[in-house]
Design a protein around this ligand. Structure first.
Ligand code: XMP
Length: 516
């Protein structure tokens, strides 16, 4: 199968927490970017239609012997290179510079003076604010190099090689704390690498449709819908490619949020004439969960039950060989990094909702090159409603892991209503899109309250709202007190069986986002 690869700028990953961000910034400038392991070979790079190489930062020190090193030959292809932080140190070390731990570690916002405004610093002010985070720095530069910028503590805050297209910045242009960072990356992409900027969401849709058609031919594809943005956009793009040959299965496990199944069904009916198979399996799931309190036990039961229901339904749809899945790019890079990146990230395996390989389907994964916000952009281009595109992520085991202790119909009803109030109020305050995930949790304790002249002894609801880029680390959102007061008042007044509301102010780590 022939695929026209867009021009690519690769990010060689040395374990920086910002590698994802570098790739995102480049894509925002309409150039496709891919993160690759630092073990990549020059031959592999050549096969990728690479127009530029970025060496990422990283937590290691180039001064220690076991620091991650790329193949030295990567520095000697004729593809332009930009080293960022550790990438500058490693690249310049390979090209003859001396690096040493600096006396004063630089961390945070720093004033930087630009000496040379050609190429990398074109259209950039003489004095800029940059984000620094380094312990080592260049001590001596060979004559082949030129210093482009400096800070009070760092004479080589930006450098270039005089004969090769190698540039380095000691600061982080990819973070928002470096306001001119985007222009610096723009200069690297368009003035140094001579990219044309052929990456856009509409070109991605066109390319993806062609690829799906080539992959599946005239065959049918099955897709499990969860109501979340990833599976919905996956179904929408496949529908554009093969129309009625797509069959979707949507399982209501009884653990969904208020109005969730109605919203998904309506969206699909209104927007597509897709062959939608709705299975109400609530009783089945709730029976299996009866008297179960242990979180992992709940996850296992729900996962197994889902696979059983999906198998039964897919058997009814004979002769389907392809299964569509909403795998995203970060899912793939996380697994690469766990198998060889310098900071093997440990992600707990949330495989509820994923289907096992022995089902025998060939996978169709049209979103596997995309970040979450790009998926939202595609969803928007495909005309999906905001309600689905901007919906916060929801775990496969659903409300079962937000009801601490046993899951019952009554407790589900309490939680659904409280959650709905919280989300509605956050939406009315115009904050929903600014928060990564917000939800209510039903606790397994009763507390004393007073309503009118009566003593009450009822449930407690905890509210959780977090900000995060990657869901691996997260901070709690400083919701305005007035908003919290409104949510709390409404829940206590409107949700029967609740007399207390608390707000979770823990970050991840050491806490997790979900309570179970
Ligand atoms: P934690 O609680 O691990 O959550 O900090 C990180 C992100 O993962 C979601 N999550 C799950 N998703 N099945 C899923 O599909 C699960 O079992 C599961 N547990 C947590 C959570 O909602 C958050 O977005």
């Amino acid at each position: 199968m022939h695929k026209k690869t867009p021009e690519t700028v690769i990010v060689v990953d040395f374990g920086s927490q910002y590698s994802h961000l570098i790739a995102r910034r480049i894509r925002e400038l309409n150039v496709y970017s891919k993160i690759v392991s630092y073990k990549i070979t020059p031959e592999e790079i050549k096969q990728m239609n690479a127009k530029g190489i970025i060496l990422s930062g990283g937590p290691a020190s180039v001064c220690v012997s076991d620091a991650p090193h790329c193949n030295n030959k990567v520095l000697f292809t004729d593809i332009p290179i930009l080293g960022i932080c550790y990438g500058l140190q490693l690249g310049s070390q390979i090209l003859g510079a001396k690096i040493k731990p600096s006396k004063n570690r630089e961390y945070g916002k720093t004033k930087c003076t630009v000496k040379d405004h050609s190429s990398l610093f074109d259209s950039i002010d003489k004095t800029i604010s940059v984000w620094m985070s380094h312990g080592d720095q260049v001590l001596e530069l060979p004559d082949d190099f030129q210093s482009l910028a400096y800070t009070e503590n760092c004479p080589y805050a930006a450098i270039r090689h005089k004969k090769k297209e190698f540039y380095g910045v000691q600061f982080h242009p990819e973070v928002t704390h470096t306001p001119s960072g985007s222009q610096i990356l723009h200069n690297f992409l368009f003035k140094i690498c001579h990219c044309t900027g052929d990456w856009s969401m509409s070109s991605y849709i066109d390319r993806s449709i062609k690829e799906i058609q080539e992959q599946v031919g005239r065959e049918r594809v099955i897709c499990g819908l969860s109501g979340g943005v990833d599976s919905t956009v996956t179904a929408a793009i496949i529908y554009k490619a093969i129309g009625s040959k797509l069959a979707c299965i949507f399982v209501d496990n009884g653990l969904l949020r208020s109005n969730e199944s109605e919203c998904v069904i309506e969206t699909f009916k209104k927007n597509f004439k897709v062959d939608l198979h709705f299975v109400d399996a609530s009783d089945r799931f709730l029976n299996r969960l009866s008297s179960v309190s242990d979180p992992e036990q709940k996850r296992k039961i729900i996962g197994h039950e889902f696979i059983d229901v999906f198998k039964e339904e897919s058997k009814k749809l004979a002769d389907i060989n392809y299964l569509a899945q909403g795998t995203l790019y970060p899912d793939i890079i996380e697994s690469i990094s766990a198998h060889g990146g310098p900071t093997a990230k440990i992600k707990s395996h949330h495989n509820v909702g994923a289907l096992p390989a022995e089902l025998g389907f060939e996978l169709v994964e049209p979103l596997k090159d995309l970040f979450k916000d790009e998926v939202r952009e595609i969803g928007s281009e495909l005309g999906l409603p905001d309600e689905i595109i901007w919906r916060h992520p929801f775990p496969g085991p659903g409300l079962a892991i937000r009801i601490i202790g046993e899951v019952t119909e009554d407790r589900l009803e309490i939680l659904r209503y409280a959650d709905e109030i919280m989300i509605n109020e956050i939406q009315s305050a115009g904050l929903y899109k600014k928060i990564a995930q917000a939800f209510a949790v039903l606790l397994p304790v009763s507390t004393v309250g007073v309503m009118g002249d009566e003593r009450t002894y009822e449930n407690v609801i905890a509210l959780r709202a977090v900000d995060t880029l990657d869901f691996m680390t997260a901070d709690w959102v400083r919701l305005p007190h007035d908003l919290l007061a409104k949510i709390s008042n409404r829940i206590i007044n409107e949700v029967r069986g609740v007399n207390r509301v608390v707000y979770d102010i823990s970050s991840k780590p050491p806490s997790t986002i979900e309570w179970e």
